[in-house]
Design a protein around this ligand. Structure first.
Ligand SMILES: [Fe+2]
Length: 194
């Protein structure tokens, strides 16, 4: 789900300045990518503000995923600062159902999120990629985000593989989060999360 302009541009740039101050950790795969420690949404005013802004949208996206308006919480939230030349390796987010990114600066097209269906398994794969085949959202193996701007929110199911290719633009600042519902109920087989 894309929510364009969740934050106004001046708000996004004020939060970007606050976010950069807070980053202390270098990514394990790229020293041009740094983070804050993963924290709860109540940890500081930056995270509390953003958590409050995104939560109604998380509930809306959760209804798309699970067919019901559930009680969601932001379980983890952190800052990513991607310098020119930095990248983020392909990964998923475990123990979470909805993951999201709030952009505090525009993302250069080279460093837009790329989602992958799968990287393979133990079976052979059939494909039909050739000059006559038209790639669409259903038959493509991967999908790159359209242009994102400061203040935009992007959410996706946490199991979805994603990466950020090498950033050929300016410093890119974003806030990522993981969210969980309080319960899921499958024909009475219910599980609660906290
Ligand atoms: Fe991620």
């Amino acid at each position: 789900m894309r929510v364009e302009g969740l934050l106004e541009a001046p708000e996004a740039s004020a939060l970007a300045a606050e976010a950069v101050e807070a980053t202390t950790l270098t990514n394990a795969y790229s020293d041009l990518l740094s983070h804050t420690p993963v924290a709860g949404a109540e940890t500081n005013s930056l995270f509390a503000t953003l958590g409050g802004r995104v939560l109604p949208k998380v509930v809306e996206f959760g209804e798309v995923l699970f067919g019901e308006a559930l009680n969601w919480q932001i379980k983890e939230i952190w800052v990513n600062v991607l310098e020119p030349g930095g990248r983020q390796a392909i990964h998923t987010h475990a123990n979470s159902f909805i993951s999201g990114v709030i952009y505090l600066t525009p993302a250069h097209p080279s460093a837009n999120l790329v989602f992958h269906k799968a990287l393979g398994g133990t079976g052979f794969i059939f494909g039909n990629t050739n000059p006559n085949a038209r790639i669409n959202a259903f038959n493509g193996g991967k999908w790159a985000m359209p242009q994102t701007n400061a203040g935009d929110l992007v959410m996706f199911p946490s199991h979805l593989l994603h990466e950020v290719p090498v950033n050929q633009g300016a410093r890119r600042i974003s806030i990522a989060f993981n969210a969980i519902p309080d319960r899921l109920d499958n024909f009475g087989y219910a599980i609660r999360f906290s």
